[in-house]
Design a protein around this ligand. Structure first.
Ligand code: GLN
Length: 544
């Protein structure tokens, strides 16, 4: 039967709870256990799909089409286990389900309450679909003491009672700040945080203490004493140089051991962590470096491009080079007198990532033109592919008015909304002005690649499956005019209706993809498109 590890955070947010969960899962996996990580988000949005990237960072999309928290990306990158819809739940979704049931009359006669109805729904979410697992790690979003996370705390408290002491372990992540004036680390915030937790009926079994200085043994002992935790279950967690060194670091500090011991499982010999030391070695000892210009629209918050950043890093790992990213706001190139060439000339390759809305897109189109004309490697992802098609239409196919209906009415809808397509529920019709939540092509879809294309040679396959998140599609009716201009449609949906990949055979590396390959890249298994793109950037760096 699956055992549960509940992960909570205290003192402040942004301590790296998701990374800790992902690292612990990777360590347990390296010991031969089957793991899955789940995230409970206490906010009232049904999913993060409609939140601004500036609010919430990237929306991570799963194969089964769920729009989820970006922590699920970490989970997948660290464990290789594909995340699913059932791995992320929000209070919004839970309330939505309960209220729908109430309206249907499922609770007829009863008063619907946080306890037991909300807590039961949370418990059910945690326990669904776990039969083939050894450990389910459940990360509770937010910080202990938040009003919104109370039902989750109550639910995990009850789960300990339902499942028993040896099937549940509580791990709490806190901060041990360094106070410069005193020249000391301070354990008091950790003590208070654990006190808050125990007041909710939860006694942590393992404490993970983030700090920027090494935690002296005496502080470890003090935390153990005041927080009622065994001293070797107080795990120091110093800031790491790279996220991929975190699993090794946690292992060295005894995290996986402490968790197994809390379950009264004999930890046995140390796991084989060669995969992780190889990644760290590649990060710490690169044989060169390249600079990639990313022309986006949320560059003020790098969390908005989390998976993209990681996938570019993985492309660097595959080629043993350090990848420097020059983040550029598309809007910059729209200002009078802005010098696109001066900004882009130092870049060995150019990437336009996904995005929504018109702001900055003329600047993206200018970047595509620069890359095409100067023969600098170009990678367009989702919006970046759409912009490559509009640039091609305008500048190589004679369609000066080419645009996308996303930005308003246009006479040349090179990119447009297809108003219907088949899904599991049959023919879907989306109405203009209808709900924006849940109206996108989401999740894994297959594509067929032309045999002699660059895309097929990069993938080493002629059929692929990649994850999507978009409302608009490149309009297949423009295929021949765009192809005459040199932009070839090399990947299509199996029915031949939806362009999935475009490329320029007369260019060293010019690929646009309608999907998000960055979501499936892993440090130990870099995505072929990113590995190949960075390889092209290296070749370019030798030319300049
Ligand atoms: N805004 C575009 C669309 O909805 C692109 C989306 C994206 O880049 N993820 O189709």
């Amino acid at each position: 039967m699956a055992r549960f590890i509940f992960i909570t955070g205290g003192v402040v947010s942004s301590l790296g709870k998701g990374l800790m969960a992902a690292s612990l899962a990777a360590l347990l996996q390296a010991r031969g256990y089957r793991v899955r990580i789940r995230k409970f988000d206490p906010y009232l949005n049904v999913d993060p799909g409609t939140m601004s990237p500036y609010q919430h960072g990237e929306v991570y999309v799963t194969d089964d089409g769920a729009e989820t928290d970006l922590d699920l990306g970490h989970y997948e990158r660290f464990t290789g286990v594909p995340s699913r819809q059932s791995d992320n739940v929000t209070s919004g979704r839970i309330y939505q389900t309960i209220i729908a049931k109430e309206r249907r009359g499922d609770y007829l006669g009863a008063t619907v309450q946080v306890i037991p109805h909300v807590t039961d729904a949370i418990k059910e979410f945690a326990r669904t679909d776990v039969d083939d697992l050894d450990f389910v790690l459940c990360e509770i979003g937010g910080t202990v003491g938040d009003i919104e996370s109370l039902p989750y705390m109550e639910a995990i408290r009850q789960l300990r009672n339902d499942l028993g002491r040896l099937s549940t372990v509580f791990v709490h992540l806190t901060l041990v700040p360094y106070i410069a004036a005193a020249g000391e680390l301070k354990t008091k915030p950790t003590q208070h945080s654990v006190r808050d937790l125990t007041s909710l009926g939860i006694q942590p079994d393992v404490l993970v203490c983030r700090s920027e200085r090494p935690l002296p043994d005496s502080d470890r002992a003090k935390i153990a004493l005041f927080c009622n935790v065994r001293k070797d279950a107080v795990i120091p967690a110093l800031d790491a140089k790279s996220i991929y060194s975190v699993p090794l670091q946690y292992h060295a500090e005894g995290l996986d051991r402490a968790v197994l011991e809390a379950f009264e499982i004999d930890p046995g010999p140390s796991p084989e962590l060669g995969r992780w030391s190889d990644i760290v070695d590649r990060i710490e000892n690169p044989e060169g470096e390249v600079t990639i210009g990313v022309i986006g629209k949320y560059t003020g918050l790098l969390d908005a491009y989390k998976s993209l950043y990681e996938a570019l890093t993985h492309g660097g790992l595959a080629n043993r080079v350090k990848v420097n990213i020059r983040w550029i706001e598309g809007e910059l190139f729209e200002q009078a007198g802005s010098d696109v060439a001066a900004q882009l000339e130092p870049c060995h390759a150019i990437l336009v990532p996904g995005g929504f809305g018109e702001r900055g897109t003329e600047g993206m189109i200018e970047s595509v033109r620069f890359a095409r004309e100067r023969k600098v490697p170009y990678f367009g992802i989702c919006l970046g592919m759409q912009m490559a098609c509009i640039e091609g239409a305008r500048n190589t196919a004679g369609l000066a008015g080419a645009s996308t209906t996303e930005f308003g009415p246009t006479n040349e809808p090179v990119v447009g909304m297809i108003s219907e397509w088949m899904s599991d529920e049959g023919l879907q019709k989306r109405e203009e002005g209808g709900n924006l939540g849940g109206t996108m092509r989401l999740g894994a879809y297959p594509a067929k690649l032309s045999g002699n294309s660059h895309a097929a040679s990069i993938y080493g396959a002629d059929e692929i499956s990649e994850r999507h998140r978009h409302r608009y599609e490149v309009n297949v009716h423009y295929r021949s005019v765009l192809e005459e201009g040199g932009l070839v449609f090399s990947g299509m949906s199996p029915d031949g209706e939806l362009p999935e990949i475009v490329e320029r055979p007369d260019h060293p590396w010019f690929v646009g993809v309608q999907f998000h390959p960055e979501l499936k890249s892993k440090p130990f298994d870099p995505h072929p498109l990113f590995a190949s793109f960075i390889e092209a950037a290296i070749r370019q760096s030798r030319l300049v």
